[in-house]
Design a protein around this ligand. Structure first.
Ligand SMILES: [Fe+2]
Length: 264
């Protein structure tokens, strides 16, 4: 892929997204959230690509994947006013349709186009398909990590804003902000297992689930970055101060340290 193509993709992205803003402030706020998320995910992706010593071409591919990974989110929100895929549409597949309709990737070499599309398709899947291999697997793993890194940033900012100013909060909140959490969620994390989204009942469950994302991180360099930016500490800080939470914290922190040490 040429550098020139990347420039065109950036320009197309800006135009496409700009065209979806309208008079509804609620929709606009949510579109902006995803627009900024997409751009920051590009930065995270390039950070990881650099750490992993990618070639220049691999770096360009990384950037395109990150830029377009959530391209389906915009139409999803305009149409359904939610980011909940179960209640609306699979945003990964919708993204592929959007790119296809606008013929965005038309001039990309066949193999690279396929790679970009697969990485977009699988970035939101519960798990990657077992038969993925080679570059396809590599880029699919990478976007899942870069995405998580930025979502960690987004949610920690989000909790902070909400604490400061709960009334002015415009963004869509899917779960009730109640003081409790589900024992089942705690148990699964202590058991080293990922959490199913349909298990979540409160905001605190969501926060616990976010701590559990570390089990799904593919690269040690991602875990190092999570640690360096203190995302986990920040999330714990927004959870109730209970023995359960303390146990979860210990479990998660030890897990991260252990994986980092294994690499060294
Ligand atoms: Fe996504």
């Amino acid at each position: 892929m040429e550098q020139e193509q990347l420039k065109n993709f950036r320009a197309w992205f800006d135009d496409y997204v700009a065209g979806l803003y309208g008079n509804d402030e609620f929709v606009n706020a949510n579109l902006q959230l995803k627009e900024r998320h997409s751009l920051r995910t590009c930065e995270e992706m390039l950070y990881l690509a650099d750490e992993l010593d990618f070639s220049d071409n691999q770096k360009r591919l990384s950037e395109v994947i990150a830029l377009f990974h959530d391209i389906g989110r915009f139409e999803q929100f305009v149409k359904y006013r939610t980011y909940n895929d179960t209640r609306s549409i699979n945003h990964c597949l919708l993204g592929l349709e959007v790119l296809d309709e606008a013929k965005v990737l038309e001039r990309v070499e066949r193999k690279e186009k396929q790679l970009i599309e697969k990485a977009i398709e699988y970035h939101g899947a519960k798990e990657l398909p077992k038969d993925l291999d080679g570059q396809c697997l590599l880029f699919s793993k990478l976007i899942r990590d870069a995405d998580k890194l930025d979502v960690f940033y987004v949610v920690t900012e989000y909790y902070k804003q909400h604490r400061l100013n709960p009334q002015e909060f415009m963004l869509e909140v899917e779960l009730p902000d109640e003081p409790g959490y589900s024992e089942q969620v705690v148990d699964r994390i202590l058991d080293g297992q990922k959490i199913d989204y349909n298990m979540l009942q409160t905001w605190n469950d969501m926060k616990l689930c976010q701590l559990g994302w570390v089990y799904d991180v593919n690269f040690t360099t991602t875990l190092k970055r999570i640690k360096q930016r203190r995302f986990l500490e920040k999330i714990v800080d927004f959870l109730p101060k209970t023995e359960d939470v303390e146990k979860v914290k210990k479990k998660i922190f030890e897990y991260v340290d252990c994986r980092i040490q294994q690499e060294e």
